[in-house]
Ligand binder design. Sequence first.
Ligand code: CAA
Ligand code: FAD
Length: 380
Amino acid sequence: MNFNLSEEQLMIQQAARDFAQNELLPGVIERDTHQKFPTEQVKKMGEMGFMGMMVDPKYGGAGMDSIAYVLAIEEISKVDASAAVVMSVNNSLVCAGIEKFCNEEQKQKYLVPLATGEAIGAFALSEPEAGSDATSQSTTAVDMGDHYMLNGTKNWITNGGTAKYYVVIAQTDVEKKHKGINAFIVERDWDGFEIGPKEDKLGIRGSDTHSLLFTDVKVPKENRIGEDGFGFSFAMAVLNGGRIGIASQALGIASGAYELALKYAQVRKAFKKEIIHHQAIAFKLADMHVNIMAARLLCYKAAVEKDEGKDISESGAMAKLYSSQVAMDTTIEAVQIHGGYGYVKEYHVERMMRDAKITQIYEGTSEIQKIVISRSITNK
Ligand code: CAA
Ligand code: FAD
């Protein structure tokens, strides 16, 4: 596998790095403190082509490959993991699913505004009683002939309060279990669709997480994605790619914390020498460096396999499982290296530690990734 970056990929990486430093860094602590969504910054990300990075230019996308996507998410997550999840959901869960599985009419209507960043998308699978156990959907979409009647509640939906279009998963035929599930594109202003209050979170506080309530929402038949009963396969296929985005987010959080810890260790003195010259600190940095590289290689491998059209359920899960652990371990040690300074907001690493935790929970917990990986190796 060749991991030499092309000129175009290096250009994207640099553009994302500059954007993160110039546009995201200045307000990141304030957005975290006040749970403020990065509205202006997301608008600029749209203008830069970051909201539909892998979408075909004929639908308004940037037409990049998955490695470029990993690079951009890593750079943005180094500075602001909240902005990164807005981007990841829009790219991997919403745009990718619509581009791969929707018909031309649906693409023209929904993909074009989503890929250009004119509209933000959300992906609604989880429910109050169905998170990991995603086939136990209680939200129902009853077939009424020319439309479906949607009822139920979705929980924890990223971009929930800011999205214009929502990909919603619901049960149509309970007898058929997961084969009776459908996916729909639902518009924000449809009657009966209500957005619940914003969640007050530990981390990724700049992102916008809400429950969604559907009461007799009429969803036109033409808004169903794929054939009747395709919804669960659709969700799983989309999540396989999404997990590369979250793995890259975790990688970025880890590498951002590592860079700050390295710089700090080179200047902070204790016992008459820079703390990097205390082996206990140098070894922590060595461990971080190795783990981050291993995580990066797993992300690249999954990205390359995705672009080759391979089944990425295992490689995506491996990248997410490992990178999220590295994000957690690295940020905890980055706080430790900063001593008391690591415990206050000004030095960023405490936020990174809080942000890291979610990468072990959403888009499938670490335990779920192990289920996916163990089933995959058992079936080989
Ligand atoms: N890729 C493709 N298909 C898959 C799949 C995968 N990774 N995992 C399961 N499937 C398919 C199976 O092949 C099976 O299909 P068939 O019956 O046609 O063979 C079907 O899905 C059901 O699979 P299982 O019998 O294995 O179902 P299960 O109930 O035992 O477990 C699960 C399935 C893997 C645990 C699944 O429910 C799962 O992934 N849960 C986690 C849900 C999740 O990731 N939610 C994320 C929400 S989005 C989000 O979080 C966004 C964000 O934060 C930003
Ligand atoms: P549960 O499924 O109840 O799990 C609780 C614990 O039990 C976990 O440790 C889990 O790993 C473990 N567990 C469960 N089943 C097993 C098993 N079979 N074997 C071993 N251990 C198991 N969802 C969306 O659909 N769209 C979004 O945009 C979205 N964004 C999110 C943003 C945030 C900030 C958060 C917190 C969540 C978001 N989610 C979203 C939901 C997220 O995907 C779920 O929280 C996650 O899948 C876990 O589900 P749960 O919270 O119901 O936990």
